[in-house]
Write a protein that binds this ligand. Structure first.
Ligand SMILES: Nc1nc2c(c(=O)[nH]1)N[C@H]1C(S)=C(S)[C@@H](COP(=O)(O)O)O[C@H]1N2
Ligand SMILES: [Mo]
Length: 411
């Protein structure tokens, strides 16, 4: 389908080869370099303009992934220096940034495949290295391409809950992101000139002699349709109105007990028994004047407040809900915590990375930061954190700790 040669005379083919060679010469700053390689790659789609358009789209997708990913990283590993500490509003911020992160990563898959196909003839340029600058540009492709493929493959595996590897996904995903972005910056420096030329060049499709296979515009159309399709078929996991279309998404935001997805179940966390024990108690301890030990009945007797807040998982799904329960700040006040720099929130769950989380001062004092006892007017399902779970504005799902049993206050 992508083959440009037809039953043509030898002379014609040579002539066509000659013009394609010129086109490839221009592609990506390889002027004069691909001469030897060009005739082996006859498709007119190995083209500077296509490479530039796909490269721009991919650069945007990777940059969105990087920035939203950094935000997610620092939301989970806060620096807490002045303005860098995580804000409590807007409450939906993390939901949007992480939705964009995963959607941009998914959209990058067809873009990357198309881009690699467009430029792969450049792997065979002669000589392979022309100058020190060219060597650096080519070496930068290793972190960019290998790292980019790793990010997309491991990210997709992560959102589908598939962990076939031994390494820690967040750590590997974070450090590889820096490699990719480093490679991307060098790459942009190396290809800026030909890319701008490619983008600025007039569309030549009209004077192009008729060939077989896809036109440039047709090829870009197929790629755009692919990007649109994977986006529409997955983004419903966070954009509720598109839920019905969301055939490829790993999560349906409305499927689960009480109409909410569950990430870790009570059975998976090993709390089926401990969460239902009649002697369950919530402890409020640490830098407080009056440590508290509250039974579930006592928690239920405290003033209850509502908050409409989303669960926004790092995996890119999110779902809004109406929670009600006790304000964390009321508990802090009750315990006589006069100054609070942070609060460690601990679960009944014994092991696992997400058995505890931390509230910064702003989150701890926010009126919507609740130890929720109910959702949508019902007692919490055990998989959603019964007897009580943390819910607070603008936090990654991993920090909305379930089956909470202890708050440790630090002054
Ligand atoms: N104790 C505990 N709390 C936890 C988790 C966990 O593994 N253990 N998973 C978190 C994650 S990753 C998410 S996305 C939310 C999901 O909440 P839900 O299962 O009620 O939808 O719970 C969070 N709370
Ligand atoms: Mo999550």
């Amino acid at each position: 389908m992508l083959r440009a040669s037809r039953r043509r005379g030898v002379g014609e083919q040579l002539a066509a080869g000659e013009s394609r060679r010129r086109a490839l010469d221009g592609a990506l700053g390889t002027r004069g370099v691909v001469r030897a390689a060009a005739p082996a790659f006859p498709s007119r789609l190995h083209d500077e303009r296509i490479a530039a358009i796909l490269g721009t789209a991919l650069g945007i997708a990777f940059s969105l992934c990087f920035l939203t990913g950094l935000y997610s990283h620092f939301a989970q590993h806060p620096l807490d220096i002045g303005f860098l500490s995580m804000p409590t509003s807007p409450a939906w911020l993390y939901r949007v940034t992480q939705g964009v992160h995963v959607a941009a990563g998914i959209a990058a898959v067809p873009l990357l495949l198309a881009k690699l196909w467009t430029i792969y003839p450049l792997l065979f340029v002669e000589p392979p290295v022309r100058s020190p600058a060219h060597l650096v540009a080519r070496l930068a492709l290793i972190p960019l391409v290998a790292g980019g493929i790793f990010q997309l493959v491991s990210g997709l595996a992560n959102i589908t809950g598939w962990y076939p590897w031994q390494f820690s996904f967040p750590v590997a995903h974070y450090w590889t992101a820096w490699m990719v972005i480093g490679g991307l910056i060098v790459h942009i420096g190396a290809v800026a000139t030909p890319a701008l030329r490619g983008l600025g060049r007039e569309r030549r499709s009209r004077d192009e002699p008729d060939g077989d296979g896809l036109s440039r515009r047709g090829f870009l159309g197929v790629v755009a349709a692919g990007v649109g399709a994977v986006t529409l078929l997955t983004v419903g996991q966070t954009l509720r109105p598109l839920r019905g279309l969301s055939l490829l998404a790993p999560r349906d935001p409305a499927v689960g007990p009480q109409g909410l997805p569950v990430n870790k179940t009570a059975a998976g966390a090993g709390v089926l028994q401990s969460a239902r024990r009649p002697d369950y108690a919530l402890l409020v301890e640490g830098d407080v004047q009056q440590p508290l030990r509250l039974s579930l009945t006592e928690l239920q007797a405290l003033p209850q407040h509502d908050a409409d807040l989303p669960i926004a998982c790092v995996e890119g799904w999110s779902a809004g809900a109406r929670w009600s329960g006790v304000r964390v700040r009321d508990l802090l006040e009750l315990a006589g915590a006069t100054s609070v720099s942070d609060v460690r929130v601990e679960s009944l769950q014994q092991g696992g990375s997400y058995r505890a989380s931390r509230l910064n001062a702003a989150h701890a004092q926010h009126p919507d930061t609740l130890l929720a006892l109910r959702v949508h007017g019902e007692e919490l399902h055990i998989d959603h954190g019964f007897p009580c779970r943390l819910i607070a504005p603008n936090r990654p799902g991993v920090q909305q700790t379930k089956w909470v049993t202890r708050l440790e206050v630090r002054a």
